[in-house]
Design a protein around this ligand. Structure first.
Ligand SMILES: Nc1ncnc2c1ncn2[C@@H]1O[C@H](COP(=O)(O)OP(=O)(O)OP(=O)(O)O)[C@@H](O)[C@H]1O
Ligand SMILES: [Mg+2]
Length: 385
């Protein structure tokens, strides 16, 4: 579901930022980036370490001056290199939650949340109104009971909620979160993810979230932009990114570990056969996954397949039926991941946990294919298991 009819909260266009190192070398941290964040959506920038995520966020917040480009908030320009406009951070009405310095540890929870109001010019003179505003924001994030507690005596999740309360007090309709869950343990991370989604819906705010964790991005986001070396490689819903990656970088980054090179041939009977290093593959449909460079016959194509779309059996069965040897087995609870070895290379498959395989077993490979290639949404369906 694409929330296309919602108003745009943030528009970034042609944003570029280089850093110059002491040696004089230039680092292209952000290269010609275009994004639109819609009202009430969680938009995630997903990419590997060093790809420019934090720099992009800092440019949007006004903490870093871009070399080129335009940024506007609700249609109002806040940065424009052409027009020499650079609105200071405190006037952009953007909340920021950076786990490492989200809060002031020496202040109470109340004073941390009240900070944006204390900075107002002219000063807010009505203390009762200030208290009411702060307590309302704290109650929205269920922190009103901890108003007097010193902020350094909070858990990571509570600190994050406090930072969100401060963003609410500041009247922010867009909150930037730079890897806010990275300091939490796995269980708390999952819990905070759900909590964040609930809060975002309750508060009806937009969130621009940064992470390098694909599971976090897929579970939390309305839309994801996959970033690599300062540029955006694909923008889409979690399902589009997961099932229809548009290029090799996105495919590999989100965990499609099997890449099979093939040459297409058509037999006299009209049967399409892919010649691969693992053996021939008589194809009756389109492999569930991604096919790149599907140009003219005889040219090489690349097929990316998820482990969950490759199954194995000990008896000859479905296509392509390549014979492999079990190289390693990884127990994953209700499933097991199986590394398959052959002269053609290595594949990763999955099987039900109750099927018994041993290292060295000879097995037959079965790759799920879709029989409805004409349906454009077909690859957006859940993978067959
Ligand atoms: N102040 C700086 N001076 C020089 N280079 C910088 C500076 N800040 C960032 N960089 C470089 O710019 C690139 C992008 O850095 P950035 O911090 O935006 O990456 P990131 O995607 O947030 O990475 P991580 O996931 O590790 O936080 C990196 O190559 C980094 O080394
Ligand atoms: Mg970063």
């Amino acid at each position: 579901m694409e929330p296309i009819d919602k108003p745009t909260v943030l528009n970034v266009s042609g944003l570029t930022k280089h850093f110059t190192l002491p040696s004089g070398d230039k680092v292209a941290a952000v290269c010609d980036i275009d994004i639109d964040i819609l009202h009430s959506e969680i938009f995630t920038i997903l990419g590997p370490s060093g790809c420019g995520k934090s720099t992009l966020l800092r440019c949007i917040a006004g903490l870093e001056t871009p070399d080129k480009g335009d940024i506007s908030m609700r249609g109002k320009p806040v940065f424009s290199s052409r027009r020499g406009l650079d609105t200071p951070p405190q006037k952009r009405q953007i909340g920021m939650v950076f786990q490492s310095y989200a809060i002031w540890p020496h202040m109470s929870v109340f004073e941390n949340a009240a900070f944006p109001l204390r900075c107002l010019k002219p000063r807010m003179s009505d203390e009762t109104e200030l208290t009411n505003k702060v307590m309302l924001a704290l109650s929205k994030v269920e922190m009103d009971g901890l108003a007097d507690r010193q902020a350094n005596k909070l858990s990571g999740g509570q600190q994050q909620r406090l930072a969100l309360a401060r963003a609410i007090v500041a009247g922010a309709s867009l909150v930037l979160l730079d890897e806010p869950l990275s300091n939490l343990d796995a269980r708390l991370r999952r819990q905070m993810r759900l909590e964040l989604k609930r809060l975002q819906q309750d508060l009806d705010i937009s969130i621009l979230f940064v992470t390098h964790d694909q599971e976090e991005a897929l579970s939390l986001s309305d839309r994801i932009a996959v970033m690599d070396q300062g540029a955006i490689r694909q923008i889409g819903t979690p399902r589009e990114i997961y099932y229809r990656p548009e290029n090799r970088f996105v495919a590999e980054f989100i965990g499609i570990t099997n890449r099979i090179e093939a040459e297409q041939q058509v037999e006299a009977s009209g049967q399409l056969v892919l010649q691969t290093a693992f053996g021939p593959w008589k194809l009756d449909g389109v492999p569930k996954g991604l096919m790149l460079v599907n140009s003219s016959m005889g040219e090489k194509i690349e097929i990316f397949v998820r482990p969950e779309n490759i199954t194995v059996s000990k008896t000859p069965s479905a296509a392509p039926g390549w014979i492999c040897k079990v190289g390693a087995i990884e127990f994953m609870g209700f499933r097991q991941q199986i590394m398959l070895l052959s002269d053609g290379g290595v594949l990763t498959a999955q099987a039900d946990a109750n099927e018994r395989f041993s290292t060295g077993d000879r097995v037959y490979v079965d790759i799920a294919v879709s029989n409805h290639p004409e349906k454009s949404t077909d690859n957006l369906e859940e993978p067959v298991s």
